[in-house]
Design a protein. Structure first.
Length: 90
């Protein structure tokens, strides 16, 4: 029984490790530069506020990202597109 418990523990740890890697992987593909470039192309200067808004998009908060970008003067369509790029890089 001791060996079975050990094997169960190892398998559980392995599952959690693999699951953690899969969960963290999407963040590695985040595209903040694409988001900030779209904002820049719309005529808005990229500031810390823009970068923070794009970071919200990366984390899946599209509504918060769009709201923050429009508050700094990004037109609605450009803000929406930029946030979508942040969340779903090409």
């Amino acid at each position: 029984m001791h060996t079975a418990a050990r094997i169960t523990g190892v398998l559980t740890g392995l599952t959690l490790t693999i699951g953690g890697v899969a969960f963290a992987a999407p963040a590695a593909h985040a595209d903040i530069p694409a988001c900030t470039n779209m904002v820049r192309q719309s005529g808005v200067e990229v500031s810390d506020a823009v970068t923070m808004a794009c970071t919200q998009g990366v984390h899946g908060d599209l509504r918060g990202c769009v709201s923050a970008l429009t508050q700094v003067g990004t037109p609605g369509g450009a803000a929406n597109g930029a946030c979508r790029l942040a969340a779903n890089p090409p």
